[in-house]
Design a protein around this ligand. Sequence first.
Ligand code: F6P
Length: 545
Amino acid sequence: MAVSRPDETPAWRALAAHAGETAPLHLRDLFAADPQRFARLSLAWNDWLLDFSKQRITPATLPLLHALWYAGGVPEWSARMRAGEAINHTEGRAVLHIALRNGKPALLHNGRDVMPGVRAVLEKMERFVAAIHDGHWRGAGGERISDVVNIGIGGSDLGPRMATQALAACHHPGLRVHYVANLDGADLATVLAGLQPRRTLFIIASKTFTTQETMQNAHSAREWLTRELGATAVAKHFVAVSTNLVEVERFGIDPENAFEFWDWVGGRYSLWSAIGLPLALAIGMARFRELLAGAHAMDEHFFTAPVERNLPGLLALLEIWNSNFLGADNRALLPYSQSLALLPRYLQQLEMESNGKQVDREGRPVTWAAAPVLWGEAGTNGQHAFYQLIHQGGRLVPCEFIACCEADFPLPGHHEKLLANCFAQSEALMRGKTLAEVQAEMAAARIPEVVVDRLAPYKVFPGNQPSTTLLLPRLDPFNLGALIALYEHKVFVESCIWNINPFDQWGVEYGKQLASRLLPMIEGRTATDGLDSSTTGLIAASRRR
Ligand code: F6P
């Protein structure tokens, strides 16, 4: 049976009509008209609060959005994912990252339970982390490891890097964890500049173990190490995390020192696998297991809560409302937490690499605007950079605020001010300030009328900028795990409704292919025949040095 395009379903059409009816409404009027708006349009889960009352919706919008959940077949797709079906159909792979934080029950892949393998790797990680922490594992010269350098990129970097920063308050003393991703030698060189080979351990993290950036950095790191300690030192200073154990061995890493994961774990969903090893080293295995438990708790919530109370479902539906029905082409993620400063970057890969697709599951063009551009920055820093545009730039920018009730670094006087700024921003974006209010405010400050007339228009805020605020009790491993899983499932729900495969990433291949074609030309080994004039000109200019 032909699958309907999402924009041809009755649920979609009903929302389109509803969007037309609600377009003239302003958030400040909606709040004024309904004192119960917050109670009606907020949701609790554990000790979390999701306030979506500042979204441009009315209570009547919700059932219409819920209908999209069913039209997109979210419960059916979820069941297929959990059953280990190859729902990543373009790569013929199952999608079972949920198994990595599953606890006890069996999860089948091709008829075999994956859980014994998952547990075995976790136990191997546990032994390794303990050996590094208690000094049992020593460098080739007999010294303790003081610095760990994770070399990886994309999904083999962003998750552990973000979580290591997010959980800075839980770091194990005496061990520093660094991350190197960029092919630009400046990344590796500046990290190595402060390190001693004898006390440094490298983790080469790559699902495929063929990624150009990671392999170049791994070779340069090995060169740096062996120059001082000799080739035999590699065994005590290099470990690998990969699905490709053949390539790991070819690189020279003892399979004993390799941590396996599987092709049913997508790169951007791999934090929960051994890709999380640098994080486990930073916070200890007990806290790493708390992270897994948090993600598992969110899985349980996602798979069991009805759409009316389903947090990932709700976030997905609000994003679809904003982008497909109100016309937003972006979303700003604004964590009021320095520890979550890398969350926007992490979610850029999770959301945009997953849902930034041009064809649907049937190979037909996607004409319904999937995956808005995600951007953002930690508050309050962003307030002093780009918030001007959000307030008065005339664009629709749905904002997602994240804040924690408790500070992870409780310096006196900081946290209350941070929260005040966060809540003030969403209030200002919602309310705006009218010309009459500006004039009254200036008159009350005894500003001369002529100045009021001249400046008042600049001080008007249109408001009606939609936002959601997610309030967590505190940033700890459990809540971080649940937070990341929340976004994973949000992306999945969106993909069901947009009818796209969120688990492949063909769009990153073309650039890689062209780069390998251009490399010998930049090195001067082959002629630049057959290139366009711009690429030819750039190569010629780069060689004039
Ligand atoms: O950017 C493309 C990509 O394949 C990502 O999906 C992946 O996370 C990243 O490269 C790194 O891949 P690997 O872990 O195989 O080195």
